[in-house]
Write a protein of this length. Structure first.
Length: 109
Protein backbone atom coordinates (compact mmCIF):
# COMPACT_ATOMS: atom_id res chain seq x y z
CA UNK A 1 0.00 0.00 0.00
CA UNK A 2 1.41 3.37 -1.05
CA UNK A 3 0.88 6.18 1.42
CA UNK A 4 0.69 9.58 -0.25
CA UNK A 5 2.45 12.31 1.68
CA UNK A 6 0.54 15.58 1.43
CA UNK A 7 3.23 18.20 1.97
CA UNK A 8 0.80 21.14 1.77
CA UNK A 9 -1.29 20.00 4.70
CA UNK A 10 1.82 19.01 6.69
CA UNK A 11 3.51 22.36 6.03
CA UNK A 12 0.38 24.30 6.96
CA UNK A 13 -0.02 22.35 10.20
CA UNK A 14 3.67 22.66 11.07
CA UNK A 15 3.68 26.41 10.40
CA UNK A 16 0.53 26.89 12.49
CA UNK A 17 2.08 24.88 15.32
CA UNK A 18 5.42 26.68 15.12
CA UNK A 19 3.79 30.11 15.26
CA UNK A 20 1.97 29.59 18.56
CA UNK A 21 2.92 30.90 21.96
CA UNK A 22 3.28 27.30 23.14
CA UNK A 23 6.01 26.64 20.58
CA UNK A 24 7.80 29.77 21.76
CA UNK A 25 7.46 28.60 25.36
CA UNK A 26 8.87 25.18 24.53
CA UNK A 27 11.80 26.75 22.66
CA UNK A 28 12.50 29.12 25.54
CA UNK A 29 12.32 26.24 28.03
CA UNK A 30 14.76 24.16 25.97
CA UNK A 31 17.22 27.06 25.85
CA UNK A 32 16.84 27.55 29.62
CA UNK A 33 17.45 23.82 30.23
CA UNK A 34 20.47 23.95 27.93
CA UNK A 35 21.79 26.97 29.82
CA UNK A 36 21.41 25.37 33.25
CA UNK A 37 23.08 22.17 32.05
CA UNK A 38 26.07 24.39 31.26
CA UNK A 39 26.78 24.68 34.98
CA UNK A 40 26.79 20.90 35.32
CA UNK A 41 28.60 19.96 32.08
CA UNK A 42 30.81 23.01 31.84
CA UNK A 43 30.30 25.92 29.47
CA UNK A 44 33.52 25.20 27.61
CA UNK A 45 32.57 21.63 26.70
CA UNK A 46 32.56 21.19 22.92
CA UNK A 47 29.53 18.88 22.96
CA UNK A 48 27.61 21.47 24.98
CA UNK A 49 28.25 24.16 22.36
CA UNK A 50 27.72 21.78 19.44
CA UNK A 51 24.33 20.71 20.77
CA UNK A 52 22.77 24.20 20.74
CA UNK A 53 24.47 25.28 17.51
CA UNK A 54 23.38 22.20 15.58
CA UNK A 55 19.87 22.25 16.99
CA UNK A 56 19.23 25.89 16.18
CA UNK A 57 20.74 25.54 12.71
CA UNK A 58 18.54 22.58 11.80
CA UNK A 59 15.38 24.20 13.15
CA UNK A 60 16.13 27.49 11.38
CA UNK A 61 16.77 25.62 8.12
CA UNK A 62 13.45 23.75 8.31
CA UNK A 63 11.38 26.75 9.41
CA UNK A 64 12.88 28.73 6.53
CA UNK A 65 11.49 26.21 4.05
CA UNK A 66 8.08 26.27 5.74
CA UNK A 67 7.98 30.06 5.48
CA UNK A 68 9.01 29.95 1.82
CA UNK A 69 6.28 27.40 1.13
CA UNK A 70 3.66 29.61 2.80
CA UNK A 71 4.80 32.68 0.87
CA UNK A 72 4.76 30.77 -2.42
CA UNK A 73 1.26 29.49 -1.70
CA UNK A 74 0.01 33.03 -0.97
CA UNK A 75 1.69 34.40 -4.10
CA UNK A 76 0.09 31.72 -6.27
CA UNK A 77 -3.35 32.48 -4.80
CA UNK A 78 -2.88 36.20 -5.48
CA UNK A 79 -1.70 35.44 -9.00
CA UNK A 80 -4.79 33.30 -9.65
CA UNK A 81 -7.05 36.08 -8.36
CA UNK A 82 -5.42 38.69 -10.60
CA UNK A 83 -5.58 36.34 -13.56
CA UNK A 84 -9.30 35.93 -13.00
CA UNK A 85 -9.71 39.74 -12.83
CA UNK A 86 -7.80 40.12 -16.11
CA UNK A 87 -9.98 37.48 -17.77
CA UNK A 88 -13.11 39.35 -16.67
CA UNK A 89 -11.74 42.60 -18.10
CA UNK A 90 -10.82 40.91 -21.38
CA UNK A 91 -14.26 39.28 -21.58
CA UNK A 92 -15.88 42.69 -21.06
CA UNK A 93 -13.70 44.23 -23.76
CA UNK A 94 -14.49 41.34 -26.10
CA UNK A 95 -18.22 41.66 -25.44
CA UNK A 96 -18.10 45.42 -26.13
CA UNK A 97 -16.15 45.08 -29.39
CA UNK A 98 -18.26 42.46 -31.15
CA UNK A 99 -19.95 45.12 -33.25
CA UNK A 100 -18.18 47.88 -35.12
CA UNK A 101 -14.39 47.68 -34.56
CA UNK A 102 -14.20 51.49 -34.72
CA UNK A 103 -16.72 51.90 -31.89
CA UNK A 104 -15.11 53.10 -28.62
CA UNK A 105 -14.93 50.60 -25.76
CA UNK A 106 -17.23 51.52 -22.90
CA UNK A 107 -17.92 49.91 -19.57
CA UNK A 108 -21.20 48.19 -19.04
CA UNK A 109 -23.07 49.12 -15.91
Amino acid sequence: MLIRFDFDSFADAALRAASTRYAFGIAAALVAIWFFFGFWIGFTNTFYELLINTGTTIITFLIGFLILHAQHKEAMAEHAQRLQEHREILDAIHANTKGDPNEPVTERA
